[in-house]
Design a protein around this ligand. Structure first.
Ligand SMILES: [Zn+2]
Length: 109
């Protein structure tokens, strides 16, 4: 049960959720860019993006995969995370900072 006003979703510039969405995108992009050089700043950006999402009831959806769910470090393959393919068509992403693994099914079936 998440309110009744949450169903209509027009791409309207005056819609605060639209703006929130945009800000989340910008913050995550900035976070990814400085993940390697300035991880603390990157985490701050991710934290902010999540806060905005919670505040405006905007789902991160696919964007959740852009950062570590434990330490909030943006996951950049070859830089801040290790990506490997496991049996059964699963992609395992390991955060190099805290070692948290995220498993994701990448093949259908
Ligand atoms: Zn981590």
């Amino acid at each position: 049960m998440t309110g009744s006003a949450g169903r209509e979703r027009q791409p309207d510039e005056t819609n605060p959720r639209g703006i929130a969405n945009e800000r989340i995108d910008i913050l995550l992009k900035l976070a990814t860019e400085c993940a390697k050089g300035r991880p603390e700043r990157a985490r701050k950006y991710v934290g902010l993006a999540r806060k905005i999402g919670a505040r405006f009831n905007v789902r991160l959806g696919e964007r959740k995969r852009l950062f570590c769910r434990e330490c909030l470090l943006p996951l950049v393959p070859g830089s801040t995370c290790i990506v490997r393919i496991a049996k059964g068509g699963r992609q395992v992403t390991t955060c190099v900072s805290c070692g948290t693994r995220t498993v994701r099914r990448i093949l259908p079936k």
